[in-house]
Ligand binder design. Structure first.
Ligand code: GLN
Length: 200
């Protein structure tokens, strides 16, 4: 059976994730309401604007259901703004910001760490689990600071960590969906297939 992956579709880079998931043989659901979460095997929270996304998640009452899904072991992956929303602490210019989050990963996300929009950049990344560099696209990206030993850093750049996993919760501050390299999406799906095997 094809894994069924939901992509939160309230704002931001939704279609690119859906397309990439489709290309690698997944069934996809654009999640806009509670019912759309039914029966999904994995969930992606895309990039966009975290301040807007959190308001929309609150408005559509998706916070608790997403926390429950993650709590039940369903893999959840946030890219860029999505990674900010999964973090337990959000800061900007080293100050704590008054912005609610899903608090699913023991990580501090430092918003807009790399400067202004014009400072968006691309860098070849060395990622744990991949045997050759991955094209990392950063757009007003956060830096991710692990806050516990549960938070495993899968990739860092000179400034700090940009890809962390905390068990079934994945955070990447870059945008794999904007490349034509599907290896990280495949890694995520592999995780789902392994996790659903009997006895796991
Ligand atoms: N800077 C944005 C935020 O804080 C994230 C940008 C992105 O998702 N590309 O939400």
């Amino acid at each position: 059976m094809k894994p069924r992956i939901g992509v939160i579709a309230l704002q931001g880079g939704v279609s690119e994730h859906l397309q990439m998931l489709h290309n690698i043989g997944c069934a996809t659901v654009a999640v806009r309401s509670l019912q759309d979460l039914d029966g999904i095997d994995g969930l992606i929270i895309p990039g966009g604007e975290s301040t807007v996304l959190i308001k929309l998640l609150l408005r559509w009452q998706l916070i608790t259901p997403i926390k429950e899904l993650a709590g039940s072991g369903i893999p959840v992956w946030g890219t860029c703004a999505g990674s900010i929303l999964l973090s337990s602490e959000i800061t900007e210019k080293s100050h704590k910001v008054n912005q609610p989050s899903l608090e699913l990963a023991a990580v501090r996300a430092e918003r807009n760490s790399f400067g202004r929009q014009s400072a968006s950049f691309q860098e070849e990344l060395t990622i744990k689990g991949l045997d050759s560099p991955f094209p990392g696209i950063f757009i007003r990206a956060p830096l991710l600071y692990p806050l516990s030993s549960e938070a495993e850093v899968l990739c860092s750049v000179d400034e700090g960590a940009v890809f962390i996993r905390c068990g079934n919760v994945w955070l990447s501050s870059f945008h794999p969906e904007l490349t034509d390299d599907a290896r990280i999406h495949r890694m995520f799906i592999k995780e789902i297939v392994i996790g659903s095997q009997p006895g796991h």
